[in-house]
Design a protein around this ligand. Structure first.
Ligand code: KIV
Length: 305
C-alpha cells in the first residue's frame, strides 16, 4: 500500500522496477522473508548477510530510516555490526582516515580488498558495501566488472559502490547488475573528482541540480539498489528521494533522505579534519590522548604494572 502510494508520485519506469528489481531477480535467496544467515565456522567470509538489498527497499517503502556507517577494520566492524548498523560501507575515505593520504585518489583496489576482508570477518548482520577506488572502474565496463568481481569473489562483501552519474557510469552499473553484482551509486559531491570539483556543495544552481537529479534517475534505471547523495541542498535530496523507488542515503544532504551515512572517524571524533556537515557523537581523539598520557605517566613513574 505504502509502495503504491509512493509509485503514484514516481516515474513509471522506476515503479516498474520496484516490483521486480534487477537485484532480486539475480539474488532470489535475498528476497524478503529469507532472513537465514549462513555463517558456518569455515564459511564466514562468504555467508549471507542478514540485511539484504530487498530489505533496504522495503525499509524505504515503510519509512524506516537506514543507518549506514563506514568501517576499515575488523574491530570497528564488529562494534558497528553488534550495535545494529544496517549498512557498513568500506569507503575509500579509509585512504584518508586509516592510511593518511591527503585525498581518496591514491587508494588502490588491493588496499580496498585488504580492508574489506577484515571488515567482512567482523560482520554477521549488516550489508557490507565496498567502494571501488579511483580508476578501478572508470576505464570501461569490463574494467569495472573485473574489479567488482574481485571484490565479491575475494572478500565476501555484498555489494560495491561507485561514484558518478551518466551516461558512462550508468552503463557500467547496468553491466555489473547484469552480471549479478549489486551496485550502490554516489552523486553530488564525489570525492574522487576532487581535482575537478573540489569539496564544495554540488547542485546549487538549477542546472547543476537538474544534472544531479538526472544522474540519480539514470543510476536507478540502470539497476543500482541505492544511491548516496553527498553535500547537496536538502531540497534537491528531497526531490531525488521522492522520485526514486530505490533508497537514498544522505551525507550532508539534509533530513529527507531514506537513510544517513557518516564517516565513522568523523562520527567518533577521531578525524583530524572534518567536513562541515559531519557531526561527532564522541571525542575519541581526546579519550585516546588522555589514556596514552595516563599509561605513559604510570610507566615512567613505575606505577604500572
Ligand atoms: O568513502 C566514503 O566513506 C564515502 C562516504 C562519504 C559516503 O563514500
Amino acid at each position: 500500500m505504502g509502495f503504491l502510494r509512493h509509485c503514484a508520485r514516481r516515474r513509471p519506469s522506476a515503479c516498474n522496477r520496484g516490483e521486480a528489481s534487477s537485484a532480486s531477480r539475480f539474488f532470489p535467496g535475498t528476497a524478503e522473508g529469507s532472513r537465514s544467515v549462513d555463517i558456518s565456522a569455515e564459511g564466514l567470509d562468504f555467508g549471507l548477510m542478514a540485511v539484504t538489498i530487498a530489505k533496504l527497499r522495503q525499509w524505504k517503502q515503510q519509512g524506516r530510516a537506514i543507518v549506514t556507517l563506514t568501517a576499515w577494520d575488523y574491530a570497528l566492524a564488529q562494534l558497528l555490526d553488534a550495535s545494529g548498523v544496517d549498512v557498513i560501507l568500506v569507503g575509500d575515505s579509509l585512504g584518508m582516515v586509516a592510511l593518511g593520504y591527503e585525498t581518496t585518489l591514491p587508494v588502490t583496489l588491493e588496499e580496498m580488498l585488504h580492508h574489506v576482508k577484515a571488515v567482512r570477518r567482523g560482520v554477521k548482520q549488516a550489508l557490507v558495501v565496498c567502494d571501488l577506488p579511483f580508476l578501478s572502474y572508470q576505464e570501461s565496463p569490463s574494467q569495472a566488472l573485473h574489479s567488482a568481481g574481485r571484490v565479491l569473489k575475494e572478500t565476501g562483501a555484498g555489494a560495491v559502490k561507485l561514484e558518478g552519474g551518466y551516461p558512462a557510469i550508468a552503463e557500467t552499473v547496468a553491466r555489473l547488475v547484469n552480471a549479478g553484482i549489486p551496485v550502490m551509486g554516489h552523486v553530488g559531491l564525489t570525492p574522487q573528482s576532487v581535482r575537478l570539483l573540489g569539496y564544495r556543495q554540488q547542485g546549487k544552481t538549477p542546472a547543476e541540480a537538474e544534472r544531479i537529479l538526472q544522474e540519480a534517475i539514470a543510476l536507478a534505471d540502470a539497476g543500482a539498489f541505492a544511491v548516496i547523495l553527498e553535500h547537496v541542498p536538502s531540497e534537491l535530496a528531497a526531490t531525488i528521494t521522492e522520485q526514486l523507488a530505490i533508497p537514498t542515503i544522505g551525507i550532508g544532504a539534509g533530513p529527507h533522505c531514506d537513510g544517513q551515512v557518516l564517516v565513522t572517524a568523523d562520527m567518533l571524533g577521531l578525524s583530524d579534519r572534518m567536513p562541515p556537515f559531519a557531526k561527532s557523537y564522541a571525542n575519541l581523539r581526546q579519550t585516546i590522548t588522555q589514556a596514552v598520557a595516563d599509561f605513559s605517566a604510570q610507566v615512567r613513574d613505575r606505577e604500572f604494572p
